[in-house]
Design a protein around this ligand. Structure first.
Ligand code: PEP
Length: 248
C-alpha cells in the first residue's frame, strides 16, 4: 500500500511574513498521519521554513538543485546545501524549468542522479504540452521523459524517487486532466517503472499535478495509480492546501 504524498510547490512566491502566516495556518489545522506532506519553498526561505516546521511531520523541499557539488557555478545551489537546511525532497525537471530555463531530459536525468546520490528524494516531473496531447503524442513524450531518467538509475534507485505527472496544459490554467486521463498516463508510467524493477515500481509514488484543487483532489487521488499531488496555486492558501491534504 503506497502512502499518499501531497507536496506544495510554492514556485517564486512568498515573503518572510507571508510564509509565516501560511505555515501557521497549515500547522494549526494539520492532522498528522493522513498522508505525507511537504512544502517546496524558494531557496532563501529554506532556513525560515526549516525552523517553522521543526517538530512537525511536514517535510521541507526545494524546487531545483545544481548538477554540481561545489565550486565556480555562480547562482547554483548544491544538494549538500539543501540537505544542510533539512530538505528531504527536491523537485526536478518541473515544466517551467524545461520551458523557461532550457532544461533537457539529459540534464534532468543527471540532476535526478545527483539528488539520489546526495540523499534527497527527487520529485521528477514529466508531462506533455497541449499540442503534443492534441497530436496523440502523450505516451511517446512522457515515455521518453521517464526513460531518460531511468537510464541513469539502478533498479534499487526506484525506492528513492517520486514521479509527478504534470500535463503542461493543466499547470496554473485551472484546466485539470480528468481522473481517467491522468490514470491512463500514471498506469503507463508505472509499467515503465516495472520494466526496471517490478517490485519497487509498485511502491513508487506517482503524483498528479496540474490545477489540483480542493474540489477535484478526491476524485483524482481515488484512482489506483495516483498517489498524491504536486500542488502549485492551491498550496499558497492554507485552507485549500489542508483540504487537499485531507483527501490524500
Ligand atoms: C505545479 O506548478 O507543479 C502545479 C501543479 O501548479 P498548479 O497546481 O498551480 O497547476
Amino acid at each position: 500500500m503506497r502512502r499518499k504524498l501531497v507536496a506544495g510547490n510554492w514556485k517564486m512566491n512568498g515573503s518572510l511574513a507571508a510564509n509565516a502566516q501560511l505555515l501557521a495556518g497549515i500547522k494549526a489545522e494539520f492532522a498528522d498521519g493522513a498522508c505525507d506532506v511537504a512544502v517546496c519553498v524558494p531557496y532563501p526561505y529554506l532556513a525560515q521554513c526549516q525552523q517553522l516546521l521543526d517538530g512537525t511531520s511536514i517535510r521541507l523541499g526545494a524546487q531545483d538543485l545544481s548538477l554540481h557539488e561545489s565550486g565556480a557555478y555562480t547562482g547554483e545551489v548544491s544538494a549538500t546545501m539543501l540537505m544542510e537546511f533539512g530538505c528531504r525532497y527536491v523537485i526536478v525537471g518541473h515544466s517551467e524549468r524545461r520551458a523557461y530555463f532550457g532544461e533537457t531530459d539529459d540534464l534532468i536525468s543527471r540532476k535526478t542522479r545527483r539528488a539520489i546520490d546526495s540523499g534527497l528524494i527527487p520529485i521528477v516531473c514529466v508531462g506533455e504540452t497541449l499540442s503534443q496531447r492534441g497530436a496523440g503524442q502523450t505516451e511517446v513524450v512522457v515515455g521518453n521523459q521517464i526513460e531518460a531518467v531511468l537510464s541513469l538509475l539502478s533498479a534499487d534507485d526506484l525506492s528513492r524517487i517520486v514521479v509527478a505527472y504534470e500535463p503542461v496544459w493543466a499547470i496554473g490554467t485551472g484546466k485539470t486532466a480528468t481522473p481517467d486521463m491522468a490514470q491512463e498516463v500514471h498506469a503507463m508510467l508505472r509499467r515503465r517503472l516495472r520494466e526496471k524493477n517490478a517490485e519497487a515500481a509498485s511502491n513508487v509514488r506517482i503524483l498528479y499535478g496540474g490545477s489540483m484543487k480542493p474540489d477535484n483532489a478526491a476524485e483524482l487521488m481515488a484512482m489506483s495509480d495516483i498517489d498524491g499531488g504536486l500542488i502549485g496555486g492551491a498550496a499558497l492558501k492554507a485552507t485549500d492546501f489542508l483540504s487537499i491534504v485531507c483527501k490524500g
